[in-house]
Structures are given as structure tokens and as C-alpha cells.
Ligand binder design. Structure first.
Ligand code: ADP
Length: 264
């Protein structure tokens, strides 16, 4: 009898501790959401005004200052959006869309966005989508674009010469035919073996000199890998320093039915 009472007491304490932890996490997330929203509004105004100023006649020196203002504003906006996303995924308050979209169109748009930067660096950017990958799928196109752009932009950022290739095929390990396997390979600087373990943690950047050289918040992969988990998949990476990296992720998509609205 004593054992059972003791076990009940421990269970009750554990459940209360869990409740307190969840409540603390919810409050933290609410606070971060509020602060991020409050920062975003004036920041959008600052960036907007910088953009307007750029269109007015300016001296070379003034142009330089306005460019700094715009770049700093955009960097801060990315950071605020990342913090907002991260706190939402961590607290479990991020909800995913379930809409019908065309994966080939989505990839084409993401590639077009990344191609500018790749072109500036003289890198080849190619896509290979296996013919048996279904075009119409159900899922969250906005979040999938965010994941793809995060990994593609990293691949381009950390590659000085060579190529970046995005491949998509049906996931050979999926039990049903609703899983896709994405891989993004680059011929860039690669990631050391010890850093590979922490690359999906929040605020990791391989080292501070890399941070100074390439910028970034260190939240992109933490958010992307958690989004992939929410989509029923997983993300991993293989990399050799000086040779390049390949990021992989799987996602489970539903098949659309006739009455699902078509988005893009
Ligand atoms: P960031 O915003 O800093 O790019 P990420 O979470 O997207 O944050 O990436 C974390 C770190 O992982 C990067 O700062 C970089 O050091 C390393 N990394 C990510 N992708 C690559 C890649 N393709 N090649 C080499 N290093 C990479």
C-alpha cells in the first residue's frame, strides 16, 4: 500500500512539473511572438523608407548609407522571423497547411529565387526530379519552399566553385507511396565531422570566423529540420571537408482528392 501511495505521489509531482514546464514554454513562446510582432512593424517601415530613399537622387555617399540601412534592416527582419518561427515550432503552436499544390511548379519558383545568387558566383544550379514523382500533392507549400530555400541558399553560400544539385525522388524507404526524398548536394567547403552532430541545433554556426565571413543567424537548419519532422519526415547530412555536403530530407505528403482546392 505504501509503495502505491509513494508511486502516486511521484507521478503527481512529475505531472505537475511537466505542466509547469509546458506552461513556461507556452509563456516564453507567447512573449517571443509578441516581441517579434512589435519589432516587425517599425522595422518594415524602416526598410520601406530605405527603399523609397533609394529611388531619390542621392550622392554616392548617401547611396552607401541607404544601402547599409536596407541591408541591416533586412538582416534584422530575417532574424526576427526566424525567432518567431523557431519559438512556434518549439512550443508546438506552428500549424501546417494542407493544400493541393504542384511540386514541380514550387521547385521551379524556389530555383528561380536561388539562381540569381548562384549565377553571381558562377555556380551551376540544376534540378533532377524523377519522372515517377507525382506532381499534385497535399501539404504545406510555403513551409516546403522555406526549407528548400534555406538549404539551397546555404549550399550556394558555402560553395565557391562547382555546382549545386537538387534531386527529388520517391522515398525508397517509405512504406506507402506518399513519401518523397529530397537531396541537395554542393561542392563547397564541407562540414567537419565533430560539427555535423550539432548542425541542426539552434544558433549553431560552425565557428565565429565563418559567421563573420558568411553571416546568418544559425537558426535556419534548426527550423527546417523541425518543420521536416512536423511533416512526418527527417533531415540528415553527409559531408566531407573540402569536397562538399549533401543535405537529405524526407517528407510524407498526402494525395489530393478531387475536391481539394488547388493552390499553385
Ligand atoms: P545560417 O543562417 O548561419 O546559415 P543554418 O542553421 O542554416 O544557419 O546553418 C548553420 C551552419 O551550418 C552554417 O552557419 C554553416 O556553418 C553550416 N552549414 C550549413 N549548410 C552548409 C553547407 N552546405 N556547407 C557547409 N556548411 C554548411
Amino acid at each position: 500500500l505504501h509503495d502505491i501511495t509513494e508511486r502516486k505521489r511521484v507521478e503527481k509531482e512529475l505531472s505537475m512539473a511537466l505542466h509547469t514546464a509546458l506552461e513556461a514554454s507556452r509563456v516564453k513562446s507567447q512573449f517571443l511572438t509578441m516581441v517579434s510582432h512589435e519589432i516587425r512593424t517599425p522595422l518594415t517601415a524602416i526598410i520601406g523608407i530605405a527603399e523609397v530613399l533609394k529611388e531619390t537622387p542621392l550622392t554616392l555617399e548617401q547611396q552607401k548609407y541607404v544601402n547599409v540601412l536596407e541591408t541591416a534592416g533586412n538582416t534584422l527582419l530575417i532574424l526576427v522571423n526566424d525567432i518567431l518561427d523557431f519559438s512556434k515550432v518549439e512550443s508546438g503552436t506552428l500549424s501546417l497547411d494542407q493544400v493541393h499544390f504542384d511540386i514541380r511548379e514550387l521547385v521551379e519558383k524556389a530555383i528561380a529565387a536561388a539562381a540569381v545568387r548562384a549565377g553571381e558566383k558562377g555556380l551551376t544550379l540544376t534540378v533532377e526530379i524523377m519522372p515517377d514523382v507525382p506532381s499534385g500533392i497535399m501539404g504545406d507549400p510555403g513551409r516546403l519552399t522555406q526549407i528548400l530555400l534555406n538549404i539551397l541558399e546555404n549550399a550556394i553560400k558555402f560553395t565557391e566553385r562547382g555546382e549545386v544539385v537538387l534531386r527529388i525522388k520517391n522515398n525508397p524507404d517509405a512504406k506507402d507511396d506518399e513519401g518523397l526524398l529530397f537531396s541537395i548536394s554542393d561542392t563547397g567547403i564541407g562540414i567537419s565531422e565533430e560539427k555535423l552532430n550539432t548542425i541542426f541545433d539552434s544558433f549553431t554556426q560552425v565557428d565565429s570566423s565563418i559567421r563573420r565571413k558568411y553571416g546568418g543567424t544559425g537558426l535556419g537548419l534548426a527550423i527546417s529540420s523541425r518543420l521536416v519532422n512536423l511533416m512526418g519526415g527527417r533531415m540528415w547530412v553527409e559531408s566531407t571537408q573540402g569536397i562538399g555536403s549533401t543535405f537529405y530530407f524526407t517528407i510524407k505528403f498526402g494525395s489530393p482528392s478531387m475536391d481539394d482546392p488547388y493552390i499553385i
